[in-house]
Design a protein around this ligand. Structure first.
Ligand code: SAM
Length: 271
């Protein structure tokens, strides 16, 4: 199945309206690769027939988003953010409270949320009260996050002591797999959440720290600003937002009246 330039515009119209994200037209081959087997499986010959079906079918839209999101992640990814977390942010928050809430927004298959939990237990000797929420729009990666099962290749960035203390090694048919121990999984909840909808409606819960790394690069400018403004509303004081290595808040232009101070690389404090 071949996808034309106009088709990409139609795909982006749906993506932008619903998820706030878009795919660059130069990713045409990737879109073709990801969508063609699903379209064939449903018996459509033409992409436009599939898009018409998509508009009427909420369940299929979830599958469409699952196919088009980029979910690359890793344990300890961009590790300098975790150094700031342990050395600066947690001590600052602990001056005024004794339980810490952290949100991994766009958590993919859970590695970011589990890394945070592993490091908090390690550096605070299992004495810190914390809860972590991981959310994503992609239902497939969330399923993987909830099970907490990873391959040897996926856990190979973790130091042996982190692996030993926090994972069970699989046996029999699970040989070669590692599962996050139940006591670590208990501190982390994974839920389905579309950040574009969150930007319009917000959520009730407040967080001390929000990690939203390598997610907003897929959003267009106006939707990205709306999400950042809503993050500001969802943070306590002091409250911190950590973005990905190529993402920044433009402090010169207030992002929808939300005020931030840059405290470290890609890291911001709510003012
Ligand atoms: C590249 S991964 C980043 C994972 C992790 N934060 C990291 O830095 O390793 C981007 C994630 O954002 C999610 N995402 C994209 N658009 C979203 C939206 N509108 N709402 C919630 N999650 C979204 C994708 O499904 C994907 O899992």
């Amino acid at each position: 199945m071949l996808i034309a330039e106009d088709d990409i515009q139609d795909i982006n119209q749906i993506l932008l309206a619903e998820t706030g994200t878009f795919i660059s037209p130069d990713k045409k081959n990737l879109i073709e690769l990801r969508l063609s087997s699903r379209i064939k499986e449903l018996g459509f010959i033409d992409l436009q027939d599939y898009l018409a079906y998509l508009k009427m079918n909420n369940q299929e839209r979830l599958i469409f988003f699952n196919l088009l999101t980029t979910n690359y992640t890793n344990f300890c990814r961009e590790s300098y953010h975790f150094e700031i977390l342990i050395k600066e942010l947690i001590p600052q928050i602990l001056k005024t409270k004794d339980e810490i809430s952290i949100w991994s927004a766009g958590c993919s298959s859970g590695e970011e949320a589990y890394t945070i939990a592993i490091l908090l237990n390690h550096f605070f000797a299992n004495k810190l009260n914390f809860n972590i929420l991981g959310t994503d729009i992609n239902t497939e990666v969330l399923r993987a996050a909830k099970t907490g099962i990873y391959t040897q290749e996926e856990i190979n960035r973790l130091k042996p002591e982190y692996l030993f203390n926090n994972f069970q090694q699989g046996v029999g048919k699970y040989e070669g797999y590692y599962r996050v121990k139940a006591q670590l999984r208990e501190n982390i909840k994974f839920e389905h959440l579309n950040l574009n909808k969150f930007a319009r409606e917000g959520i009730k819960k407040k967080f001390d720290i929000i990690f939203c790394r390598n997610v907003l690069i897929y959003f267009n400018e106006s939707n990205r600003k709306r999400v950042i403004a809503q993050f500001n509303q969802s943070l306590t004081k002091p409250g911190f937002l950590i973005l990905g290595h190529s993402e920044n808040i433009n402090l010169a232009k207030a992002e929808n009246n939300s005020i931030w101070e840059k405290i470290a690389r890609n890291s911001y404090q709510k003012i």
